[in-house]
Design a protein around this ligand. Sequence first.
Ligand code: DGL
Length: 269
Amino acid sequence: MNNKAIGLFDSGVGGLTVLKALMQILPNENYIYLGDTARLPYGTKSKETIIRYALQCTEKLMENDLKMLIVACNTVSSVALPAIKEKYPDVEIIGVVEPGAEAACNATKNNHIAVLGTQSTIQGKAYDKAILAINPKATVTGKACPLFVGMAEEGISQGFLAEEMAKHYLNDILKQENKPDTFVLGCTHFPLLKDAIQNVVGKDIQLVDSAQTTAKKVFASLQTTNSLAENTSPFMHFLTTDDVAKFKAVGEPFLGISLDKSHVELVDL
Ligand code: DGL
């Protein structure tokens, strides 16, 4: 048993989809979540900037006595995970790319997988590498869908606009002769648009959500090391680098429950 907190961070509120998945299967854990909302989006920034921001977020979270760090951001997991692991070799650090890649490889039948993400995630090709390491026969088609991020934050995640945007990004892939049978939602914001994307791609295509698979990986890892918590009144603490009220308002749909403002703290990195 280990009652220390699990730290997780994202460029903003998107990583709350990972926290939501974690809370469902690990409800007795303490969580400290950092959302770098002042500097979102990371997905359009250079590799150097993403690494610098990611190390600052990690350093802030490491001020707490953590048992594990989860990089709940696809862009950071794609671009900066090796740099974080190198700087903190003694802490268990889990990103969202490998669990997502594993789930996609389990789901595909025709070995053709599409990865949807931010520009940096797609350019970094971390999903391609992770998928090919598991299934060398796979074909990976990456597609940057940056406007999905703003749409999810604006609450435009279903209906006409969301579906038109999904068509705009995905029609070329869907017209391919041997089109992918599995799409990875390789960005923390995309699970909010899951229904709209599913309506556009059709029900025969499987959508893989890296939040769910990451939570399963965390559970398995804590179980293996005998480190599951048994907190009777577990806490959730939130750190944000921009407005607290906005973090609450934009974050709630991602977390799926109402967020107590007194648990959100404004921090500077
Ligand atoms: N959290 C980012 C990701 O999962 C999306 C938002 C951003 O671009 O910072 O890739």
